[in-house]
Write a protein that binds this ligand. Structure first.
Ligand code: ARG
Ligand code: ZN
Length: 475
């Protein structure tokens, strides 16, 4: 969770289109043509969702309601065979649209079961359907693809996406790795339900999000069918594969737990995983009902990954987690998974909240009080990395997972709690989770909610703790 900060160069692609048309038609006529519905040529969907940190993540012009992913992975050769069927809706009259996909070879694309033209352009898979799609049109995109998936290297030097391990793959896509294993509208603004049909060599287990609907072995291969029915951001999808011990149980609240644990991590993981039901029950008391019907953990042995991810319903850990990490990834199910970002700049809404959950857990389970944790951090000198940038404005994708986002983000919440008192503070957290459940939330919406629930003016506090450069004064 404290990744290194090596900057990597990102190749930018610029898409300039319709020049030829505009150049040959007088401007006024072109404007008229653009406005005339029956003959309108339709426009290309944008190659990105408009996020300044990751300009090419996500795409414009359509929304994906459902992904149906059928993947076969050979753990020995690391070859992936994939078919993705996306159910989508055009949000504009659409002549052409992009999906995010990097590496891999695309073998066929159809739109509404009719072959469509496609080309690759960096991380964009550019699809031109045979006919322009009317605005509001519900359509189906099918993509056949194959190859050896490779992770992406993030601006902070960490890797994400499909990360091969010695017995399978650790699959975690924050912030941009979904495109390494399936064609997607890969920005958290677009949330969708998912089906995963994963075929792996017999003896290996493939674990995705949500519920396991079936598992069948034939001819030396096992196929796992998983379904996540609740809206999910693409970066929270997983299809982690390995040699796993599986434990299933149901909590007193009726949440179905499926844990998959690499045997090399089993003895250290066991005492922590035993606490998952009580951690979820404790968090449900604090944050409101657990947002999903399933839960669990994927404890892999992936020594070169260096982090865990809150993959929806079932976080994936690179090694046996400690209790604080389990609490952290579980808290993300409310903050980050159910309530999603609309822009990566708002990452403190995920990491500050999950970190503050760790502090609260310690406070209520015989550890340090949140105040003590706050004070110890506040004692850091002004030149410390903690104060390197404000959590509400990390400045670029390379700062997403740095200490200011996690620790100073949690400090901001602790200051809020101090200003409004415990009753209103926990009402704010619960209202946030309830009002934005299965949806999205922005920092501005959070600060407005905090003022509404507490009846206090809090702009000074948020300005200081979220947006002011350097070490804040606590006067
Ligand atoms: N959200 C994860 C956590 O808080 C961290 C993911 C880090 N991802 C990365 N590519 N560095 O545990
Ligand atoms: Zn986190």
């Amino acid at each position: 969770m404290t990744p290194s900060r090596r900057q990597t160069a990102r190749r930018r692609t610029t898409v300039l289109r319709r020049r030829a048309v505009l150049a040959t038609v007088p401007v006024a006529v072109a404007a008229l043509l653009g406005a005339a519905a029956p003959t309108a040529p339709g426009t290309a969907g944008a190659p990105g969702a408009g996020d300044p940190y990751f300009p090419l993540s996500g795409n414009g012009g359509y929304h994906v309601g459902h992904y149906d992913l059928t993947l076969r992975y050979d753990t020995a050769t690391r070859h992936l065979d994939g078919r993705a069927v996306l159910t989508a809706r055009a949000t504009q009259r659409l002549s052409r649209f992009d999906l995010d996909l990097t590496g891999l070879k695309v073998t066929a694309v159809t739109v509404d079961r009719t072959p469509a033209a496609f080309r690759r352009d960096g991380q964009e898979l550019v699809v031109t359907p045979r006919r322009t799609l009317p605005a509001g049109h519900a359509f189906e995109i099918a993509v056949g693809y194959q190859g050896t998936p490779q992770p992406v290297t993030d601006p902070d030097g960490s890797r994400d996406g499909w990360i091969p391990t010695d017995d399978g793959a650790f699959v975690a896509g924050e912030p941009q790795g979904a495109m390494t294993w399936f064609p997607a509208n890969a920005h958290p603004r677009d949330k969708s339900s998912y089906d995963f049909t994963l075929t792996v060599p017999q003896g290996r287990t493939a674990v995705a999000n949500g519920e396991l609907l079936s598992q069948r072995t034939a001819h030396g291969r096992t196929t796992f069918h998983w379904r996540e029915p609740r809206p999910m951001a693409a970066y929270l999808a997983t299809a982690t594969i390995g040699t796993f011990q599986v434990q299933r149980s149901t909590t007193p609240d009726g949440i179905r737990i499926y844990n998959a644990v690499d045997p090399r991590e089993a003895s250290s993981a066991a005492p922590v995983l035993k606490k998952l039901p009580s951690v979820l029950a404790w968090e449900s008391k604090l944050f409101g009902p657990y947002p999903y019907r399933s839960a669990g953990a994927i404890v892999d042995h992936a020594p070169d990954v260096g982090y865990a991810l809150e993959t929806q319903t079932r976080p994936v850990y690179d090694a046996a987690p400690d209790l604080a990490t389990l609490v952290h990834e579980s808290a993300h199910q409310w903050f980050g998974d159910s309530v999603s970002l609309t822009a990566w700049k708002d990452i403190w809404l995920n990491e500050g909240f999950a970190t503050y959950a760790e502090w609260l857990y310690a406070e209520q389970h015989g550890g340090d009080s949140a105040q003590k944790t706050f004070d110890a951090l506040y004692a850091s000198p002004a030149g410390d990395a903690l104060w390197a940038y404000p959590p509400g404005d990390p400045g670029s994708g390379k700062n997403l997972f740095g200490t200011p986002v996690y620790a100073r983000g949690a400090m901001a919440l602790h200051e809020l709690r101090g200003a409004v008192g415990d009753g209103p503070f926990f009402r704010i957290l619960r209202a946030w989770a309830a009002e934005h459940r299965d949806g999205h939330g922005t920092t501005a919406q959070f600060t407005r909610l905090a003022q509404r629930v507490s009846g206090k003016r809090l702009d000074g506090l948020f300005h200081t703790w979220l947006y002011t450069k350097g070490k804040p004064n606590t006067a």
